[in-house]
Design a binder for this molecule. Structure first.
Ligand code: PEP
Ligand code: MG
Length: 879
């Protein structure tokens, strides 16, 4: 017998039970506990959902019975009966995930209204029209959400009724009209379900709970979870709560509020409300709501109580709260409170202010910040010198600026955006079904909806510029046009959005790089005080190095020298080197390249003076610097067809033969990295000389230079490193002898092949430092191509949860991570003070940073714009 508890009454929960009761369930229980007025409720646990999912959709044995008991207790506490002919109980059935997923899952309102109870609802509210309106809304919502009846079926019936009555708005329909509509709705629902329509509220409740369970797996929820790295295995709780009505007349209202401004973080009243409306009207942006401040005049008592509750809840949770409320006949009820989603700028300001207000400590403040979100601060803004007039104004729903071609549906946005094309998604209003388009769009523009509408909330969470509720724009999604006044924009036209001020421009404007403000500087300082990991940048030119330093990089962890080889003006010399027939020819070509490399290094070293710089010697296979095999073959063919034994043809043939000679079927596992340097020792020798000459030149010029760290790539065998180290050391020593002075330098290696990690104790005998190349290490450990996998099966694997995350994005702790840990441990068994870092893309991923911290690495290195993220992530890792 299964005696697991799947149901908790409102009074039995609290905030600590979030994993079991979900955010919403735990939130209302906690509010109830501290005396905030919330409607009575009970919660079906996430465990029930998970067990149902794992059991192919079949409920745990006792669940139905436990729900019935939970309902009976709720009926007893409220003195009401679900579907009763007197004092009827109406409930909402809402999803409630552990991590909030706004609007992604299903909700059913007004459950309990039925042929039996509708009369009582009318009598009790003294408003017959209201009762029948609730009933018809319920049938439609229940029909669509739970039974899968297509929405147009109801919409068509409603339109037909309105036109037969000669009215335009739903509100013009009378109680009698609505009664008729209810009858029609029931009839068509029954028809749609082949006579299986149920009117029994208890049966409806069970089905509604099941529909919410199922909605955990609907496509938009899946997409949202993937975008936010929420595990699919968590499941959702279901909250069954007594309905309170914000639509019972002019002393009723519904709204949402934040305890601080979620865009800027300012401590100011922020929220919206609607008189005589239900909650969904505000969230879905169906009617444009009024600013919260106006509620003071309309509903003064409820307003004062709300403000008081907002303060209490913020102090209680010690964080900015996002709350939903309803006023029923002047009485305030809180329906939900959660830590408010906010922009990165707001997150920093709120954290910084809460510390100043003595509510939280600096460490707590750091824990509040989502490192990945800081990306937003690094987003561009419109260059203020443009002098252009906006074509439309809307609400500044999510800050940042975006330029892109407009598209009118989420599928097109997903398709074009997925290809990396900058698009702006233009919608009348967004719904959770648009999520896949929202994720890849540069920005979002809607004609409708407020600051708390779906588009606004979702865009803000993602740091995506969004202008919502733009006035005077007309969207025709079928013709794919956007009309503003006399101007018509078509799909593909370019627009610019400024989500920080709510302006829309009908052309591409220049953007300027993001500004990092005082709050950022202050809070990141706190992060720096606590973190143990160093943070460096991957950069290979002066500009990137300068940017990286500005963003707080403490050196360069990876300078990829091949990027300098690939520059167009370098290629002729590089090709000469590759095509050389004799060591002398090669030496001559390398002599040409050396000063170019030296100049590049001088730039980087100048930007980084006083800090360590790891320069990695040439890594990719040589044929990457030559023309493509197919293209070269075609060139030869064309020249042959054109006839004549020209010098051009001879040259083309020679190049083709070189390309063929160097061509490899699997170049990633071929002659690259130190293997190439073993074949052509002149290359590492030249690079070592260029590095030392640059370091000395910068020392002379600037009075200070960098900590030179020379790194050998793709080592698998001890002998490789031993040989390469000797080549580098000999060249460096010769340079010192020639210059008549020296400087400190070290020679280390990348650990990016499993064998190197496994024999790290032996490798360490020849290395002053290790830098884990987790890109190649992931590729070679899992055996998946870093160039192809993400366009193929890997994406599928992530969608199907064969893998929870893309291992090129976030480190595979279980597998690849083991090799990192092993590499560190073994390396240090030989050299206890061996310096270790990571320079794969994972160095800027917050979850991976946490792992690298626990693995005992000394530093992470990532792209310049991710440096601030890594600094915060490194701090969070130790807290
Ligand atoms: C790596 O493999 O992780 C690495 C940093 O080197 P690259 O990406 O240049 O191969
Ligand atoms: Mg590599």
């Amino acid at each position: 017998m299964n005696d697991v508890r799947y149901i908790y009454d409102l009074s039995e929960g609290d905030a600590s039970m979030k994993p079991l009761l979900g955010g919403k369930g735990a939130g209302v229980a906690e509010m109830n506990k501290v005396g905030v007025p919330v409607p009575d409720a009970f919660t079906v646990t996430t465990k029930a959902c998970v067990e149902t999912m794992n059991n192919g959709g079949t409920w745990p044995e006792t669940l139905a019975e436990q729900i019935a008991q939970g309902l009976a207790r709720l009926e007893e506490r409220t003195g009401r009966t679900l579907g009763g002919t007197t004092k009827p109980l109406l409930v909402s059935v809402r999803s409630g995930a552990v991590f909030s997923m706004p609007g992604m899952m299903d909700t059913i309102l007004n459950l309990g209204i039925s042929d039996e109870s509708v009369v009582a609802v009318a009598e009790e509210s003294g408003n017959e029209r209201f009762a029948w309106d609730c009933y018809r809304r319920f049938i439609q919502m229940y029909g669509e959400v739970v039974e899968g009846v297509p929405s147009h079926v109801y919409e068509d019936a409603l339109s037909a009724l309105k036109s037969s009555r000669g009215v335009e708005n739903d509100t013009d329909l009378t109680a009698e009209d609505l009664k008729e509509l209810v009858a029609t709705f029931k009839e068509i629902s029954n028809e749609q379900l082949g006579g299986e329509w149920t009117s029994d509220p208890r049966e409806q409740l069970n089905r509604a709970v099941n529909a919410v369970f199922k909605s955990w797996q609907n496509p938009r929820a899946e997409v949202y979870r993937r975008a936010n790295n929420i595990s699919a295995s968590l499941g959702t709780a279901v909250n069954i709560m007594q309905m309170v009505f914000g639509n019972r007349g002019d002393t009723s209202a519904t709204g949402v509020c934040f305890t601080r401004n979620p865009s800027t973080g300012e401590k100011a009243l922020y929220g919206e409300f609607l008189v005589n409306a239900q909650g969904e009207d505000v969230v879905a942006g169906i009617r444009t709501p009024r600013p919260l401040a106006e509620m003071r005049e309309v509903l003064p008592e409820a307003y004062d109580q709300l403000i008081d509750t907002m303060h209490r809840m913020e102090n209680h949770y010690k964080d900015m709260q996002d709350m939903e409320f309803t006023v029923e006949d002047g009485k305030l009820f809180l329906l939900q409170t959660r830590n408010g989603k906010r922009t990165a700028a707001a997150a920093l300001k709120v954290a910084s202010d809460l510390v100043d207000e003595g509510i939280i400590t600096k460490d707590e403040a750091l824990l509040r910040i989502e490192p990945g979100q800081l990306d937003q601060l690094l987003h561009p803004a419109i260059d203020p010198s443009h002098g252009r007039q906006p074509v439309a104004l809307g609400l500044p729903a999510s800050p940042g600026a975006a330029v892109g071609e407009i598209v009118f549906d989420a599928d097109t946005a997903a398709e074009r955006g997925g290809r990396g094309e900058p698009v702006i998604l233009v919608r009348f209003e967004t719904t959770p079904d648009d999520i896949h388009g929202v994720i890849v769009a540069q920005g979002i523009l809607t004609a409708h909806g407020g600051m708390t509408s779906h588009a606004a909330v979702v865009a803000r969470g993602m740091g995506k510029p969004c202008v919502a509720g733009a006035q005077g724009i007309r969207i025709d999604p079928v013709a794919k046009t956007l009309t503003i006044g006399a101007t018509v924009f078509h799909e593909g036209d370019t627009m610019t959005l400024d989500g920080s001020v709510g302006k829309v421009y009908g052309e591409a404007l220049a953007l300027i790089p993001p500004q990092i403000n005082e709050d950022f500087q202050r809070v990141v300082q706190w992060a720096d005080e606590v973190r143990r990991l160093g943070v460096r940048a991957n950069a290979d030119n002066f500009e990137d190095a300068t940017k990286a330093r500005e963003l707080g990089a403490e050196g360069i962890g990876l300078c990829r020298t091949e990027h300098m080889f690939m520059a167009q003006d370098r290629l002729p010399a590089v090709r000469k080197m590759i095509l050389a027939d004799t060591p002398e020819q090669r030496a001559a070509a390398l002599a040409e390249i050396l000063p170019m490399q030296q100049t590049d290094f001088e730039g980087i070293f100048t930007a980084m003076k006083g800090l360590p710089v790891t320069v990695r010697l040439l890594d990719p296979p040589l044929h990457e610097f030559l023309p493509n095999l197919v293209e070269q073959s075609l060139l030869v063919q064309r020249l042959e067809l054109e006839g004549g034994d020209t010098a051009e043809l001879a040259q083309a043939r020679q190049t083709l033969s070189q390309v063929k000679k160097l061509h490899e079927l699997n170049p990633m596992l071929g002659t690259r990295g130190c293997r190439l340097a073993m074949l052509y020792p002149e290359i590492p020798e030249m690079q070592a000389r260029a590095i030392i000459r640059a370091a000395l030149a910068v020392l002379d010029r600037e009075g200070e230079t960098v900590g030179v760290e020379i790194m050998i790539p793709l080592v698998a065998l001890t002998k490789e490193l031993e040989t390469q180290r000797a080549i580098v050391v000999a060249a460096v020593e010769e340079e010192f002898a020639a210059a008549g002075r020296s400087l400190d330098y070290t020679v280390g290696t990348m650990i990016e092949l499993p064998r190197a990690a496994l024999i790290a104790d032996k490798i360490a005998e020849h290395a002053d430092f290790f830098s884990f190349g987790t890109n190649d290490l992931t590729q070679t450990t899992i055996g998946i191509s870093r160039d192809d996998a993400e366009n193929g099966f890997l994406t599928n694997y992530v969608m199907e949860h064969v893998l929870e995350r893309n291992p090129f994005e976030s480190i595979d702790v279980e597998g690849v991570g083991q090799l990192v840990t092993e590499g560190v441990t073994k390396g240090r068994s030989t050299k206890p003070k061996l310096k270790t870092g990571v320079c794969g893309e994972h160095g800027g991923d917050p979850d991976s940073v946490e792992f690298f911290n626990s693995a005992g690495l000394d530093y992470v290195s990532c792209s310049p714009f991710r440096v601030p993220i890594a600094r915060f992530a490194a701090a969070k890792a130790v807290l």
